[in-house]
Design a protein around this ligand. Structure first.
Ligand SMILES: NC(=O)c1ccc[n+]([C@@H]2O[C@H](COP(=O)([O-])OP(=O)(O)OC[C@H]3O[C@@H](n4cnc5c(N)ncnc54)[C@H](OP(=O)(O)O)[C@@H]3O)[C@@H](O)[C@H]2O)c1
Length: 289
């Protein structure tokens, strides 16, 4: 019996397995493409012949593959081995997928913990690494020491969908930021300006804006929206200029069109003078016009 099993040896799974081994744990691995295990095996990992053998080899199995369909396809081959063990699924997915997986795994007699790795593979095990977990708290507690070697571990609660919704929310913030940055880069290039020249200014602006997040969060949570100096109607006009300017410069505007639409809707809802926090309820399904 080994200490821990890692299923999935893509960029993330390999980083997880490497980190666990570096911390002195005995690691069993399995990956659809077995060749990806070579380096880990050279360093002392045990390569299982099948998902079933991999799960059977340790009290706890960590899964990190592309998506839940891949994870389920692998676990279907291991269901007889699950009973009495813990499965920690670090695969990115939706809350509904986490709930379905939890029911299936617990139905096979195993403890299920859903999780999310909130850093890149290079950062796993480092001081800034953090991972989120939810689901079966006693199963998490049994393996917390091993899991904590991967980074700062936070157990959010027994609602198994929590880790997935946190994961999607954090990534939504990140992708929104990336989308804006990519659009900015295209706009700059349209005028022959090197993006590197402007990147420090963009970073400076974003750092200042991020300081507003706690106040925005409080307003969203209380439903009491401030009337700031930068209101939604003013920002809708600026966003329209971004779209018009992009068209003029032959840059696709479609990435930011829905953002302008949201700010523009504020006027129809009497929220033109409000802070951006007031726009959040408009994003709830059925509220668009
Ligand atoms: N990379 C990051 O920066 C990062 C950060 C946080 C979270 N994550 C999450 O970590 C998870 C793994 O990401 P990654 O970066 O390791 O991706 P990756 O490098 O593309 O590796 C994908 C893994 O999934 C396996 N896989 C894909 N389809 C499969 C299938 N149908 N059946 C069996 N195995 C299948 C691959 O196996 P093969 O080797 O056989 O193709 C490989 O092990 C994802 O859910 C991702 O969202 C990634």
């Amino acid at each position: 019996m080994n200490d821990i099993t890692v299923i999935g040896l893509g960029a993330m799974g390999s980083a997880l397995a490497t980190c666990l081994m570096e911390r002195g744990l005995g690691v069993t691995v399995w990956n659809r493409s077995a060749d990806k295990a070579a380096t880990l095996v050279d360093r002392g990992a045990r390569l299982a012949d099948s998902p079933r053998e991999a799960v059977r080899d340790s009290p706890v199995t960590v899964v990190s593959v592309l998506d839940y369909a891949a994870a389920q396809g692998i676990l279907d081959q291991a269901e007889e081995a699950l009973s009495g063990r813990t499965l920690v699924n670090l695969t990115n997915g939706t809350p509904a997928q986490a709930r379905r997986m939890a029911a299936w795994v617990e139905g096979h007699g195993a403890g299920y913990v859903d999780g999310a790795v909130m850093v890149t593979p290079e950062m796993v095990g480092g001081p800034d690494a953090f991972l989120l977990y939810s689901g079966n708290e006693s199963a998490f507690g049994q393996h917390e020491d091993a899991l904590s070697t991967l980074g700062n571990s936070t157990f959010i609660g027994e609602n198994v969908a929590s880790a997935a919704i946190y994961d999607l929310a954090l990534l939504a913030s990140m992708f929104g930021m990336f989308g804006g940055y990519l659009h900015a880069a295209a706009l700059l290039r349209s005028e022959g300006i090197p993006v590197s020249r402007v990147a420090p200014m963009i970073m400076s602006l974003l750092k200042a804006m991020i300081e507003l997040y706690p106040a925005i969060a409080r307003e969203v949570d209380t439903g009491e929206y401030a009337s700031p100096s930068s209101n939604n109607a003013m920002m809708a006009a600026a966003l329209k200029n971004i779209l018009d300017g992009s068209r003029e410069q032959k840059v696709r505007e479609d990435l930011l069109t829905p953002v302008w639409q949201l700010f523009d809707q504020s006027r129809h809802h009497g929220l033109g003078e409000s802070d951006i926090s007031a726009l959040v309820p408009l994003l709830e399904a059925g509220d668009s016009d």
